[in-house]
Ligand binder design. Structure first.
Ligand SMILES: Cc1ncc(COP(=O)(O)O)c(C=O)c1O
Length: 394
């Protein structure tokens, strides 16, 4: 049978990681992979995570199975982190998943199994794994316009126009905050107008929130999600703890089904549990347990929030320094949008050829669509990047 296997496509971001590792140049700069890096270029374990791991090592007395949907305490802390008290606990069914990707995959399987004629609408552009998983599952997908490459802003009216042609029951995949790859985000009044379109069209929002706390703050980044959840009767949420807790390899995520119809919870919970059982049985526990410990313990939580804030502020400073440096060097505010964007990424707006040239001549690595990891910048890198942007005439 193996001779019949098709040749699986490369993941462009993972491929770029390998090319970067093989590049012998000492002054190369990796703006490719979506991992937070501090000023020294490393991705350290957060203090609160290290402390929680120590405590867990001391206290944990068994590694026996937990539950098919993960630990309910993890559900509680994550529901509180993302949704605060904007809906009651009796409205939310949840299951722990292997990372945010696991939650996205489970949600898409649920959508497909429930109604195979559903179309999932994705933003143009979006995180490449969205169309990839949707396509792999054979689900219909369509794009809605999202990012205006000329202005670096969300093309909101075009987004609404495209979504108004969706059919009732279709699913709209939205980034909860810190849009990947563009860094351009909806304002709260835009979330409100989008809500009207979703309600009028009978569309179901599916929110992927993978960077809560990386944009403007924990509550600010969840404001759009909370607005939607309060106003739309059915919402799907996939969340990742990989980035904001820095526990990428622990594979920690959660899928939530929010329904205003309180009678739905038991059925929805059973479905999420069943889905986990079919795919991998019990979800990973270690990362979820650390997150639960951190969010429940006031001291650990404060330490985590302080560290997360410094990461967020560091990215904001990188954005401002890069936009300022570009403005100084080219004498125009053409790249001012970089300071307005939020989260770990921005789309620079360079062509694939310009991206190749920056990599070949300057050792600056970014994804072919010109997505840059803002967290991987420092003053030296900003200087070099500015020089390269000007030289290749972006
Ligand atoms: C938009 C988006 N969603 C979800 C994820 C999932 O992250 P993970 O599966 O590592 O938790 C990522 C990771 O890069 C992402 O960028």
């Amino acid at each position: 049978m193996f001779e019949k296997l098709f040749s699986a496509p490369d993941d462009k971001i993972i491929k770029l990681m390998h090319t970067f590792s093989a590049d012998p140049r000492a002054d190369k700069i990796d703006l490719g992979v979506g991992v937070y890096k501090n000023k020294n270029g490393s991705t350290p374990i957060m203090h609160s995570v290290k402390k929680a791991e120590n405590l867990l090592w001391e206290e944990q007395s068994t590694k026996s199975y937990v539950g098919l949907a993960g630990d309910f305490e993890f559900h509680d802390v994550m529901r509180d982190l993302i949704l605060k008290n904007c809906v009651g606990e009796d409205c939310v069914a949840a299951a722990a998943t292997p990372g945010g990707t696991g939650a996205i995959r489970q949600a898409l399987e649920l959508i497909k199994n429930t109604d195979p004629s559903t179309t999932v609408w994705i933003s143009s552009p979006t995180w490449p794994n969205h169309p990839s998983i949707i396509g792999y599952l054979g689900i219909k997908q369509k794009e809605y316009r999202y990012f205006d490459y000329k202005t670096g802003c969300v093309e909101f009216e075009n987004m609404l126009e495209d979504l108004s042609s969706a059919k009732r029951g279709d699913v709209v995949l939205l980034h909860g905050c810190c849009h990947n790859p563009t860094g351009a985000n909806l304002k709260l009044d835009q979330w409100a107008r989008l809500t009207e379109i979703l309600l009028d069209g009978g569309l179901i929002p599916f929110i992927d929130i993978a960077y809560q706390g990386f944009g403007d703050g924990l509550d600010e980044d969840a404001a759009g999600v909370r607005y939607l959840v309060m106003n739309i009767p059915e919402v799907i949420i996939a969340s990742s703890c990989s980035k904001n807790f820095g526990i990428y390899r622990e594979r920690t995520g959660i899928l939530m089904l929010v329904s205003h119809n309180k009678g739905d919870k038991i059925k929805n919970q059973k479905m999420l549990t069943y889905l986990n059982r079919q795919n991998y049985s019990f979800p990973p526990d270690h990362g979820a347990r650390l997150v639960t410990m951190i969010l429940k313990d006031p001291e650990l939580r404060t330490s985590w929030e302080v560290e997360l804030k410094s990461i967020q502020v560091g990215m904001l400073q990188n954005r401002e320094s890069l936009a300022l440096e570009l403005c100084k060097q080219i004498g125009s505010d053409r790249f001012g949008f970089l300071a307005e964007h939020r989260g770990m990424f921005s789309l620079l707006g360079a062509t694939e050829m310009q991206v190749d040239e920056m990599r070949n001549k300057y050792g600056i690595y970014m994804v072919s669509d010109s997505r840059m990891n803002i967290a991987a910048l420092n003053l030296k890198a900003i200087h070099k990047l500015t020089e390269a942007i000007i030289a290749v005439k972006v």
